[in-house]
Ligand binder design. Structure first.
Ligand code: AMP
Ligand code: MG
Length: 405
């Protein structure tokens, strides 16, 4: 019995395992999820330092018009030992430790230096332009919780804490198996009726985009011996994705071979369109996703079901994309009974409102509609009509989609 979109996705997320933890150099962790809480052992900054190029002073000395002798110079990186004295100023560069006792920095542009003396031109307040110890991070602060995606900002923070390696979950090695007698590889001489195996490359790109590692196994022909050999190889990976060979026109050879290997079926078919023949099974700890072969269906089912699963395996806590409320600009009709994964164009109007409409012909044969789409709307199975002006939930496609005005 086919199950719903949401039941299917939940069953996948409940079952897929999280991979082991490894320690990797910081740069290799970028774009992955940190596996353990990062707690700071130190303050940031870890010494009071100047936020400006200027003069370190004692505010008590700084009535407007006062003239102070400049008795020292502190470039960034230099220790400031005991050279500040009340009634004097020390020239200091951004990032240099504030000399002990000084309690404000006067920026260069706010005073006049002449013959080793500065004249105070403006009021100076205690703490002006000083970055105090611990004002950003204090020892013991939980700075990055486990499961957080490491963006450049997180890398910056971890580097500032002098942590050169980070625990992350292993990258999932995902085997990709295309099936079909009509398929040929991109660099093979074309034959009449041949279809390029674009799915393996498309899936590999989608897998790379989330920091996982694709293993392209090539094409299995629609016969048992070939499928057996290649599925056996695929089951050695952390996850296996097959494409095609599962729709009603086929003899369900993929399913037959998976059963031979003792793969436990979780669901076979979903009440969705496109993607009805999507199946999910487990072989010990290895998830197996049998996706439909149509390139549009393959990518949409990857996006909605496989992507979140692989992210969970790699320890991400946020595995589903953010949903935005968007206004539908044109009516949409659909059949009741299946949730529709609708490819939508997304724009922002001058008021900042998100507007969506169908990105084009929703036939699964039309790849161009996916190219023209910036987002996906999930249209409820039990409905058959959505009116213009209605608010619907959408999520964006891809990691770097930008929206037009
Ligand atoms: P099937 O699921 O075997 O009925 O395939 C559905 C459609 O997707 C057919 O037109 C296939 O030729 C096409 N197709 C299947 N596998 C691939 C693939 N790996 N790359 C591109 N198109 C494919
Ligand atoms: Mg086929």
């Amino acid at each position: 019995m086919p199950i719903s979109f949401y039941e299917g996705r939940q069953q996948i997320l409940d079952i897929v395992p999280t991979l082991e933890i490894e320690n990797v150099p910081l740069l290799d962790a970028a774009g992955r999820a940190v596996a353990e809480d990062i707690t700071s052992k130190q303050s940031l900054p870890d010494f009071d330092n100047s936020a400006m190029d200027g003069y370190a002073v004692f505010t008590a000395d700084c009535a407007t018009g006062t003239v102070l002798p400049v008795i020292g110079y502190l470039p960034a990186g230099e220790i400031s030992a005991d050279i500040a004295k009340s009634g004097t100023a020390v020239k200091i560069m951004t990032g240099a430790p504030v000399p002990q006792g000084a309690d404000a920095i006067i920026p260069l542009e706010n005073c006049k230096e002449d013959q080793g003396k500065i004249t105070i031109l403006q009021t100076v307040k205690k703490g002006d332009h000083i970055r105090w110890t611990g004002e950003d991070i204090r020892p013991g602060d939980l700075v990055i919780p486990a499961g957080t995606l490491l963006r450049p900002a997180e890398i910056s923070l971890i580097a500032s804490l002098r942590q050169a390696t980070v625990p992350v979950h292993r990258r999932v090695r995902v085997a990709i198996l295309a099936t079909g007698d009509e398929l040929q590889e991109i660099d093979e001489l074309s034959f009449k009726g041949g279809i390029v195996n674009s799915n393996s490359l498309a899936l590999a790109a989608a897998i790379q985009e989330i920091g996982a590692t694709p293993l392209i196994l090539g094409i299995a022909r629609d016969n048992l011996p070939d499928l057996r050999e290649k599925i056996k190889a695929g089951l050695q990976a952390d996850a296996l994705i097959t494409s095609a060979g599962v729709s009603s026109g086929d003899r369900d050879l993929v399913r037959e071979v998976l059963e031979e290997f003792g793969v436990k079926e979780v669901f076979w078919k979903l009440k969705i369109k496109p993607g009805h023949p999507t199946a999910f099974a487990m072989h010990n700890n290895t998830p197996v996703f049998a996706l439909p072969g149509n390139p549009v269906s393959t990518l949409l089912t990857f996006e909605e079901f496989v992507r979140p699963a692989l992210l969970k395996m790699m320890g991400h806590h946020s595995v589903l994309k953010t949903l935005y409320r968007a206004t539908l600009t044109d009516p949409i009709k659909k059949k009741k009974g299946r949730l529709q994964i609708l490819r939508v164009s997304v724009n922002i109007n001058p008021d900042g409102e998100m507007l969506v409409s169908s990105a084009g012909d929703q036939n699964t044969g039309i790849l161009r509609t996916l190219i023209n789409a910036q987002g996906i709307a999930l249209l409820a199975a039990e409905r058959d009509f959505f009116a213009a002006g209605e608010k619907i939930d959408i999520h964006l496609l891809g990691a770097t989609t930008t929206l037009g005005y």
